[in-house]
Design a protein. Structure first.
Length: 269
């Protein structure tokens, strides 16, 4: 019986952000890479494996994917600054070019590797519908792996098979809890948030981003993300004494931001 040869393409940022925003889970890199590759190997042999992201944003993920035979490819994020029409606030959004790089590499494999029978796309982004169509036109099998609650319905329907990351992780989908939400357009929300960060900054040498989102304020991950996008919090690197090649991402209040100046209890008014 012939072995099925597989090419795997991972839109890592899509999976990471989907798990974080939908379930307040920051995926442990080695566990995620292991679960994905073990599931795919049930289908056949992985001949090509590539993952795409701006890796500076995701500590420890590159070596985890390499360990499991998936080659990390660096993709630079694009930054867009827009004004909220209602509040007048500047909103910074970051979108990387993973979808473009992934689609180009998958298309190249389609035309240069006749030995590949099956393509596995790990993402929930609707932009990959066209790629799936191209693969089907060349009689390839397409397996989609994504976060069920955030994966495009059209993308799911276009694939030959859909595998839910919730199932791989043993996550039971449930509605977001309203009491965990903060309205980012209300001043009182930012006043609470800024004062809380100030308290934490006084009691910690630095606020590691992972430690802040997973341990100190896990219920406020969305707020932290928005604060970084709006530059209320600024990110910087802290030396990692154990692994110098992987500095730790940290964040702190931006003292020049109008909200910080307005609500800070520590700054001189």
């Amino acid at each position: 019986m012939a072995t099925t040869n597989i090419a795997v393409f991972v839109d890592y940022e899509n999976i990471h952000i989907s798990l974080e925003r939908q379930y307040h889970i920051v995926p442990e890199p080695n566990k995620l890479a292991l679960l994905l590759t073990e599931e795919i190997k049930k289908k056949g042999k992985i001949l090509i494996g590539q993952a795409y992201a701006d890796w500076e944003e995701y500590e420890g993920v590159q070596p985890a994917f390499k360990k499991h035979g998936i080659d990390p490819r660096y993709v630079l994020s694009k930054t867009t600054i827009q004004k909220n029409g209602e509040t007048g606030h500047e909103v910074v959004t970051r979108k990387n070019s993973s979808d473009i790089a992934l689609a180009l590499d998958a298309s190249e494999a389609l035309h240069t590797r006749d030995d590949i029978d099956t393509f596995v796309v790990i993402s929930g982004d609707r932009d990959f519908v066209e790629l799936v169509s191209k693969l089907h036109n060349r009689k390839k099998i397409v397996i989609l792996i994504g976060v069920d609650k955030t994966t495009s319905k059209e993308l799911k329907e276009s694939a030959d098979e859909f595998i839910s990351i919730e199932n791989l992780f043993g996550i039971t989908p449930s509605p977001r809890i309203e009491s965990e939400k903060i309205d980012p357009d209300k001043d009182e929300s930012w006043q609470w948030f800024i004062n809380k960060i100030e308290e934490l900054q006084e009691t910690h040498c630095f606020l590691g981003l992972k430690y802040l989102t997973q341990t100190l304020l896990p219920e406020r991950k969305d707020m932290i993300t928005i604060a970084i996008d709006r530059e209320i919090l600024v990110k910087y690197k802290v030396d990692n004494p154990e692994k110098k090649e992987f500095p730790t991402s940290a964040c702190k209040l931006n003292p020049d931001h109008p909200f910080v100046k307005k609500f800070s209890k520590k700054l001189d008014k």
